[in-house]
Ligand binder design. Sequence first.
Ligand code: TMP
Length: 233
Amino acid sequence: MNITRDTTERPGVFITFEGPDGSGKTTQIALLADSLRSAGVAPVLLRQPGSTGLGERIRATLLNSRAEGNIAALTELALMFADRAQSIHEIILPALADGRVVLCDRYTDSSEAYQGAGRGLGAERVLALHQALCDGLQPQLTILLLPDVEAALQRARARNQHDRETHGTDESRFEAEGEAFYRRVHSAYAAIAQREPARVQTIGDGDIETIAARVRAVVLERFPALIERAASV
Ligand code: TMP
């Protein structure tokens, strides 16, 4: 299925970050945001699920492994898109209309990888929902962090244990999935990157600084207007 309408006609810049749990997305978004800010560009940051009032409630429901043991795969998919539709309406479209740089931690590729492939619901169904509920809104650039499966999973589990012990939070519902689930997620991400090379830039394993430098290079190469404003980044 062709994913249509992108954001090129809008004045803002829409960039998404994708990758399996433990791929280091959140760290890399923060580093890119810092670079942009120090160059005088204040990005709008959001995560999916989350960031709106409704979205954070959906996030808590979906990710809390103890409270919700039995969410059907289709319910999970529907809630991911309910969250997405709300954040497009509340945050993304207004920011783009304002000419802002939007950095979004996960978007529809996550639903394709986790629900489409991981849960086995199929990419077609996910992309059909994307058309119906997101009006086909696509980022101009997606940074896909795709480290080795085992390494990413280990990092994600260690982070969850740490969060549970120090903050009492539990977002381990997805990481509790077996390795086969994560292999499907990984393959789906690789397939998306192959299908849409113009949008998706894959960055493999490396230390935090090396990856951050690659992320900056990709972003600045893709958006020459930002190069002028961020010459010192
Ligand atoms: P994260 O924000 O820490 O990356 O965690 C979000 C979790 O939710 C992660 O395990 C991936 C999962 N997820 C989906 O399964 N489908 C989606 O569409 C999105 C946005 C996230």
